[in-house]
Design a protein around this ligand. Structure first.
Ligand SMILES: Cc1cc2nc3c(=O)[nH]c(=O)nc-3n(C[C@H](O)[C@H](O)[C@H](O)COP(=O)(O)O)c2cc1C
Length: 272
């Protein structure tokens, strides 16, 4: 019997529009697409890791005042970063550690590992970190006279989320040399002003320790006494909560549970 007009069945009764056929085509297309997507993801992974590492390096260079806000070509960033030595320290003791290769250590990831981090109690967690890592990376800029500055990774809660950044400390280990945040969720124009170059320029020269404890303060009005004003930075206007977050995280990371023991050790070694 001849095919009737509009039918997709061939002479042997094969129907292109059968449910089985439609499913087969859909599954084949899905499989092909997943193979393409997975293949592309795998192929792009090395480039992504390279870009992530480049981004980390640029932010460390910015904190150390060796690079401006504009992105630089990879070769230039890598050449500048060559000046740094990257080391692993144990936060509690402030001693260098050979436990893990610094090049392979993911500090933020280690905060998720119960063997590599501890839970912070609410009253011992002013920066709202929840968990504190056992080991941390430090970036040393060394010259002929020894350490010129040390760059340290820092983080802490602002108003809307965690701010991630780096602080550079001068070689008296008691003075801020620079500060930069590379990731945060604060509101542009309010807490987001942590990225404002004019505000960041207020940080170099700020003193860290008073009676052995970090005394950095973000204030609406500077103290009239120079001794007190030495620890102060202008708070961000209309952003008291972000400012309080920055003060808390700076005090935490430069304090006894953060890099305090390490900075004290360096200052003892250098005799300053
Ligand atoms: C939409 C919106 C976004 C805000 N974003 C921030 C912010 O990023 N950081 C901050 O500290 N305050 C932010 N605030 C303001 C706070 O709610 C609060 O009013 C402010 O921190 C008080 O600061 P002040 O004492 O300097 O005025 C925001 C408010 C609104 C309505």
């Amino acid at each position: 019997m001849p095919n009737t007009a509009g039918s997709n069945s061939d002479k042997k009764g094969y129907n292109k529009d059968s449910i089985g056929n439609i499913l087969l085509v859909a599954i084949t297309v899905c499989l092909l697409c997943s193979i393409i997507v997975a293949g592309t993801a795998v192929a792009l992974k090395p480039a992504q890791l390279e870009n992530r590492e480049l981004d980390i390096r640029q932010n460390i260079l910015r904190a150390a005042g060796l690079m401006g806000a504009a992105a630089q070509p990879a070769e230039q960033v890598n050449a500048l970063f060559e000046q740094f030595s990257v080391k692993l320290i144990e936060l509690e003791t402030g001693e260098y550690s050979g436990a893990i290769d610094p090049g392979k250590f993911d500090q933020l990831k280690s905060t998720k590992d119960p063997a590599m981090s501890t839970v912070l109690s609410d009253d011992g967690d002013p920066a709202t970190l929840r968990r504190l890592e056992k080991y941390a990376l430090v970036y040393l800029l060394e010259g002929e006279q020894g350490i010129e500055k040390v760059v340290l990774p820092i983080r802490g809660y602002g108003l809307w989320g965690t701010l991630y950044g780096y602080v550079a400390v001068a070689n008296d280990f008691d003075t801020i040399d620079g500060l930069t945040f590379y990731s945060h969720k604060e509101t542009p124009g309010l807490g987001g002003e942590v990225d404002n170059p004019e505000w960041k320029a207020l940080w170099p020269g700020v003193k860290i320790y008073s009676d052995g404890q970090p005394a950095i303060a973000l204030v609406k009005t500077r103290s009239s006494t120079p001794e007190q004003a030495a620890f102060e930075v202008d708070a961000l206007s209309g952003a008291s909560l972000t400012s309080r977050g920055v003060q808390n995280l700076m005090r935490f990371w430069l304090g006894d549970r953060g890099f305090g023991p390490y900075l004290k050790k360096l200052s003892g070694e250098s005799g300053v």
